[in-house]
Write a protein of this length. Structure first.
Length: 296
């Protein structure tokens, strides 16, 4: 890839519902009890679902602050034409959530008001195998009762419109020895799971629920499993294996698409206060890598 050469997406604070801070926006929302119950059951969680006032599991805040875009302002792929902070370049309308870094200084609570302050941290244009790309890092700081409960950076990638050719992906490398991991859980995300997860997170990207669009327009072999679902499933692996400990940090990076109906192999390798995590497809190719840290 080359060095940055082009313009960055602009900040559009005036286009957002909520307050305005210098270079960003402030919004308020909450994760409802109903949403927490629904996600618990979608993830086949053990025991009772979180109730009002209970700690919000890591990454479940993604059910709050959903896009408030009107239907008329959605692009052909289902993504908003403009976002709360970022307006993609006109020739790069396709957005991918490529990864992120999160810390959890204090537990958030189900049903309680969250206040989120968001801003663009960086924007870089590069040239990739598929053409021009713009990488944007967005910061979100969530507070509850005045305390920071989530400090998050999201890495977004903007690409050119779909051509119908096979979708480009980063090379995930040769198949891995997935038997060498300490923790293991295998799942098979099907179309209904993808649809329900998109509904809970208000993700209208058509590659996750519209098979004709995913295959005929984007060039994928099937429906694409959401990156946030994979990240959440890996965080849930930590929570299931060590329910006595709380995550304080989590970072992840998408490497290759995973597809509906195919096996997704979730793996973990704890080492002291940290755990290496990964998701693999049915062929042993790594689709996501992650790392978590927890308290005692």
């Amino acid at each position: 890839m080359t060095d940055p050469t082009g313009p960055s997406p602009e900040v559009e604070a005036d286009a957002v519902e909520g307050g305005v801070v210098e270079g960003g926006v402030v919004e308020d929302d909450a994760v409802s009890v109903g949403s927490a119950v629904a996600l618990h059951r979608l993830l086949d969680g053990a025991g009772r679902p979180p109730g009002a006032g209970d700690p919000l599991p890591p990454l479940w805040h993604w059910m709050a602050f959903v896009p408030r875009t009107t239907e008329a302002d959605l692009g052909p792929d289902g993504h908003p034409r403009t976002g709360s902070l970022v307006t993609p370049p006109a020739d790069l309308p396709r957005r991918m959530f490529a990864g992120g870094r999160l810390s959890f200084p204090a537990p958030a609570r189900v049903g309680a008001e969250l206040v989120r302050e968001s801003r663009v941290r960086s924007s870089t244009e590069k040239a990739g195998r598929s053409g021009r790309l713009v990488f944007v890092t967005v910061s979100h700081v969530l507070r509850q009762d005045g305390r920071v409960v989530v400090d998050e950076e999201q890495d977004l990638v903007y690409r050119a419109p779909a051509t119908g050719a096979p979708a480009p992906t980063d090379d995930p490398g040769p198949p891995a020895d997935i038997g060498s991991w300490t923790w293991a859980r295998d799942v098979t995300p099907g179309p209904t799971l993808l649809f329900r997860f998109s509904a809970l997170t208000y993700n209208a990207h058509r590659i996750h629920y519209d098979r004709d669009y995913a295959t005929g327009v984007e060039g994928y072999p099937g429906l694409v499993v959401q990156g946030p679902y994979q990240a959440m499933a890996l965080a849930e692996l930590c929570r299931a294996r060590r329910p006595d400990r709380s995550l304080v940090r989590f970072e992840f990076r998408g490497l290759s698409p995973a597809f509906a109906g195919a096996g997704l192999r979730l793996r973990g390798r704890p080492d002291g206060d940290q755990v290496a995590l990964a998701a693999f497809d049915e062929h042993g190719r790594m689709t996501m890598e992650a790392r978590a840290a927890w308290t005692g």
